[in-house]
Design a protein around this ligand. Structure first.
Ligand code: NAP
Ligand code: ZN
Ligand code: ZN
Length: 347
C-alpha cells in the first residue's frame, strides 16, 4: 500500500483537516501520480458538507487533479514516468454498459466510480485529490496540455469539461447565441470555450461586478440579472443558455430568453426542486435539459482543444491550510475564478 497525506472532512459539520490514509499499489493498468495541483470545485463544498445523500466520511475531496506520473504498471501504454497527467471526476465505471461503450462513462448504467465519496469495485472508499498522490487506471487518466501552466489546467478536469460537453452537444458555434449564467469556476471556462468555438457569448451575472472580466474572457455581451430590464430586453434571444448557478433561480425567467428550439441546460445543482412553467416551453418548442461533466474521450478532446486555443483557468493558487477559508470565499462568490491548491504546501 502507498502511504498518502491529505485533507479530509471527518463529518459533514467538520472543517477539513490533515488526514493520513493508504492507496493501493499500482496494478497492471494503473498509473501512480504525484499530485501537484488540485482545483476546488463548488461540488467539493456540497459533498463535504453532506448536502447530497450517501456521503462517506472521512471524505478527501478533489476532482480537478493535475500531476506527474511517478510509476506505471506493466500493462500501461498511454503514459510513462514523468508525463503530465490529469484525473477528473471519475476513476472507473462498469465499462460494459451501452453508455460506457459509447464513451459516456459519466452516464454509466451502474453509476460511475467517482474520484471521491464513492466506492471502488472492491468496496473501498475512493479518496480525491486534496492529497499528495493518486493511483488510477490509465483508461481514466488524461494527458494534460504541455504548453500551458499545469496549475491553471487543473480546473479543466471538472469546470472545463462540464461546460465543453453541453457546448458541443448543443452545437455552440458561429451563428449561435449562447448565454452563460453565473461567472464562477464553471462559467468562466464556459465563456472562453464558447467564444473559441465561435459562438456569440453573453454572460448573465447576479451583479455588475464581473463585467470587465467577462469581456476579457471573450464575452460579447454582459447583463446583470439584478436589473429587471434584463429579462424583458433579452426575450427570445438565445439558442442555448447554460445555467451554472446553484442558488435557486426562477428558471422560468430564463426559458423565456430562449429562441425557438432553444435549450436551457442546467449544470449547477440547486438545493431543491425548481417549478417549471409549460407555456414558455410550448410556445417556441424550447427545452430544459441537464448535463454532467463529460466522458473520458470527450475530456481528452477538451484538453486538446484548450491546448490548441491556449485556454486555461484564471486561478488563485493557495496552500492547503487555506482550504476552509477558500470554501467560505467561494460561497460569497469571492474568487476570480478558481482556487487551486498547491500540493507542495501539504506537509
Ligand atoms: P462557483 O465558482 O461558486 O460559481 C457559481 C456562480 O454562481 C458564482 O460565481 C456566481 O456568479 C453565481 N451566482 C448566482 N447567484 C448567486 C448567489 N445568489 N450567490 C452566489 N453566487 C451566485 O461554483 P462552480 O464550481 O462554478 O459550480 C457551480 C455549480 O455547478 C455547483 O452547484 C456545482 O456543484 C455544480 N457542478 C456541476 C457539475 C456538472 O457536471 N453538472 C460539475 C461541476 C460543478 P455571478 O457572480 O456571475 O452571478
Ligand atoms: Zn467539480
Ligand atoms: Zn457503464
Amino acid at each position: 500500500m502507498i502511504k498518502t497525506k491529505g485533507y479530509a472532512a471527518a463529518t459533514a459539520k467538520a472543517p477539513l483537516a490533515p488526514y493520513a490514509f493508504e492507496r493501493r499499489d499500482p496494478r497492471e493498468h494503473d498509473v501512480a501520480i504525484d499530485v501537484k495541483f488540485c482545483g476546488i470545485c463548488h461540488t467539493d463544498i456540497h459533498m463535504t458538507r453532506g448536502e447530497f445523500p450517501g456521503s462517506i466520511f472521512p471524505m478527501v475531496p478533489g476532482h480537478e487533479i493535475a500531476g506527474v506520473v511517478t510509476a506505471v504498471g506493466s500493462g500501461v501504454t498511454k503514459f510513462k514516468k514523468g508525463d503530465k497527467v490529469g484525473v477528473g471526476c471519475m476513476v472507473d465505471s462498469c465499462r460494459t454498459c451501452a453508455h460506457c461503450q459509447q464513451g459516456f462513462e459519466q452516464y454509466c448504467a451502474l453509476t460511475p466510480i467517482w474520484t471521491y465519496n464513492s466506492r471502488d469495485k472492491d468496496g473501498t472508499p475512493t479518496y480525491g485529490g486534496y492529497s499528495n498522490n493518486l493511483v488510477v487506471d490509465e483508461n481514466y487518466a488524461l494527458r494534460m496540455p504541455t504548453n500551458l501552466a499545469l496549475g491553471a489546467c487543473a480546473p479543466l478536469l471538472c469546470a472545463g469539461i462540464t461546460l465543453y460537453s453541453p457546448l458541443r452537444h448543443w452545437k455552440a458555434g458561429p451563428g449561435q447565441r449562447v448565454a452563460i449564467v453565473g461567472l464562477g469556476g464553471l462559467g468562466h471556462m464556459g465563456v472562453q470555450i464558447a467564444h473559441a468555438m465561435g459562438a456569440e457569448v453573453t454572460v448573465l451575472s447576479h451583479s455588475t461586478r464581473k463585467e470587465a472580466d467577462a469581456k476579457r474572457l471573450g464575452a460579447d455581451h454582459f447583463h446583470s440579472t439584478a436589473d429587471p430590464d434584463t429579462f424583458t430586453k433579452l426575450r427570445d434571444r438565445f439558442n442555448l443558455i447554460i445555467n451554472t448557478v446553484s442558488a435557486e433561480l426562477d428558471w422560468n425567467q430564463y426559458t423565456k430568453l430562449l429562441a425557438v428550439d432553444g435549450s436551457f441546460v442546467v449544470v449547477g445543482v440547486p438545493g431543491k426542486p425548481i417549478p417549471i412553467e409549460a407555456s414558455p416551453l410550448r410556445n417556441g418548442r424550447r427545452s430544459v435539459a441537464g448535463s454532467v461533466i463529460g466522458g473520458i474521450r470527450e475530456t481528452q478532446e477538451m484538453l486538446d482543444f484548450c491546448a490548441k486555443h491556449q485556454l486555461s483557468s484564471d486561478v488563485e493558487v493557495i496552500s492547503i491550510e487555506k482550504v476552509n477559508e477558500a470554501y467560505e470565499r467561494i460561497l460569497k462568490s469571492d474568487v476570480r475564478y478558481r482556487f487551486v491548491i498547491d500540493m507542495a504546501s501539504l506537509k
